[in-house]
Design a protein around this ligand. Structure first.
Ligand code: CP
Ligand code: NVA
Length: 307
């Protein structure tokens, strides 16, 4: 694998398969009460400029359970907030820690850190991508659907960072992905072009959610206004009418459709209360899988980096 994980386009198909296998193994061993302290003595820095519950805690607990130490820094608490250049901060942190996970608004900042760091840099969400999320989500698809090849996976909602990472994954893994977004909120042409370059020929982009979810194996949604877009919330609620994942929409899908949401969810907006609270809902398994997948990512990048 490459030094950094900034986008799923950084990965080859074999890298995905390796990460799925390792994460599933970590989950199995964790269920058996076996602890793997492969990262004893290593440390993970986390620089977060946006809120997080799952990604932060999943990374921190993954590192602790592997015997390492996480060090969380809100950007505001670092000299970055006083304009210390990324290239200086990255070089200094490379002398202290073994891997760095970052959550920023600007994707370019994560790229700047990666370019100046000698340690691996992991994208823990930017305005552009959320790669680690989709890795654990596909792990959830594997568990619940017995695999991902040939399954119809449908995105319903905003063409946002999570959608972009699905498009990237679909390009590399040749997924049968349909992306349904309201007009004006679609995946950007640049993201589509990169997917085509990587061979993502099965990806369909549409503005018709009802048609999109027909015979779907998996339906995925996310908030209509992402972090940083809070002031657009009211406008988006109007623009996204008809894009709520609810029983009526899902009646077009396969009877055993699996609904996924990266969370946090806005009940009554992108997803109905009854779908979110369904007794057989897998959102909580999906969230748990982030910890197992983060272990796989940390171990792979740290050990591959020869540290
Ligand atoms: N799914 C996800 O990334 O959640 P957090 O924002 O809580 O980390
Ligand atoms: N698209 C959402 C994902 C949160 C995990 C956001 O960026 O806020």
């Amino acid at each position: 694998m490459k030094k950094d994980l900034l986008s799923l386009l950084d990965l080859e198909k074999d890298d995905f398969i390796h990460l799925f296998e390792l994460a599933l193994q970590f989950k199995k061993r964790s269920r058996q009460g076996i602890s793997d302290r492969h990262l004893a003595g290593k440390s993970l820095g986390l620089i977060f400029d946006k809120k997080s519950t799952r990604t932060r805690v999943a990374f921190e607990t993954a590192m602790i359970q592997l015997g390492g130490t996480p060090i969380y820094m809100s950007t505001q608490d670092t000299q970055i907030s006083r304009n210390e250049p990324a290239c200086d901060t990255a070089r200094v942190l490379s002398r202290y820690i073994d891997v760095l996970a970052m959550r920023t608004f600007d994707h370019g900042l994560v790229e700047e850190f990666a370019a100046s760091s000698t340690i691996p840099v992991i994208n823990a969400l930017t305005d552009l991508y959320h790669p680690c999320q989709i890795l654990s989500d596909i792990m959830t698809v594997i568990e619940h659907k017995g695999g991902f090849q040939g399954k119809k996976i449908v995105w319903v909602g905003d063409g946002n960072n999570v959608a972009n990472s699905w498009v990237n994954a679909a390009a590399v893994l040749d997924l049968n992905l349909v992306v349904a977004t309201p007009e004006g909120y679609g995946v950007k042409d640049e993201i589509k072009a990169k997917a085509l370059e990587r061979g993502g020929r099965q990806i369909v982009f549409t503005h018709d959610p009802k048609d999109a979810v027909k015979n779907a194996d998996v339906v995925y949604t996310d908030v209509w206004a992402s972090m940083g877009q809070e002031e657009e919330q009211a406008k988006r609620v109007t623009a996204f009418k008809g894009f709520q994942v609810n029983r009526s929409l899902l009646s077009q899908s396969k009877p055993d459709v699996t609904v996924l949401h990266c969370l946090p969810a806005h009940r009554g907006e992108e997803i109905s209360e009854d779908v979110l609270e369904a007794p057989d809902a897998v959102f909580w398994d999906q969230a748990e899988n982030k910890r197992h997948m983060h272990k796989a990512i940390l171990e792979t990048l740290i050990l591959a980096n020869g540290k």
